[in-house]
Ligand binder design. Structure first.
Ligand SMILES: [Zn+2]
Length: 190
């Protein structure tokens, strides 16, 4: 029994160390494709023109471009999902990056990576497309940043001037505004 607890505490300690290392890794952003002029800087969260599915907030930004444009990761990391993700997202890639953040790329035309693959800024992970609910809109990649660590200070953040029902406030702690990270970034592959 004693050996079991020693093992358990050992595993917990390893877990804490791995988690901390992940939090300390630096992250560097680039535009996944196009330039900062290819997305609406107010499109995150709650605006009449970007209301999400079933009235939920628009938890990312839409970067418009020509269908087939190469998409590179905004932040390097390890691919944790690559494939069809339903009628809304279409073809999606999820990359786990530093600070345990998940970076999601939706509506892709083509996917060039597989789960477990290490991707860097230079890696072409897929092609911009119109899959999922982007079929009715101009081609774009929807980019979301999801953090498993609640950013409590963002709970009451007001995004833009649109009406923002309080029932979605909890989501503001987990979905970060990509515009705040990409605004000053360079173009893909540079
Ligand atoms: Zn979108």
């Amino acid at each position: 029994m004693k050996r079991f607890f020693v093992l358990l505490i050992g595993l917990l300690l390893v877990g804490v160390i791995v988690f901390t290392i992940g939090l300390l890794l630096p992250e560097k952003y680039q535009m996944p494709c196009g330039t900062t002029g290819d997305y609406n800087h107010q499109s995150f969260w709650w605006h009449p023109w970007t209301r999400g599915v079933n009235g939920s907030p628009h938890s990312g930004i839409d970067i418009f471009g020509k269908e087939g444009t190469e998409v590179r990761p905004a932040v390097g990391g390890i691919v944790v999902y690559a494939g069809w993700f339903g009628d809304v997202s279409g073809n999606m890639i999820i990359v786990l990056g530093p600070k345990w953040k998940l970076h999601e790329y939706m509506h892709l035309k083509e996917i060039y990576v597989h789960p477990g693959q290490r991707v860097r800024h230079e890696t072409v992970i897929g092609e911009l497309g119109k899959t999922g609910n982007a079929a009715k809109t101009p081609a774009h990649v929807h980019y979301s940043i999801l953090t498993p660590i609640p950013h409590v200070r963002l709970y009451n953040r007001q995004y833009g001037s649109g009406q923002q029902p309080a029932r979605f406030n909890w989501m503001k702690m987990f979905w970060l505004n990509p515009d705040e990270y990409l605004r000053a970034s360079s173009s893909a592959g540079r």
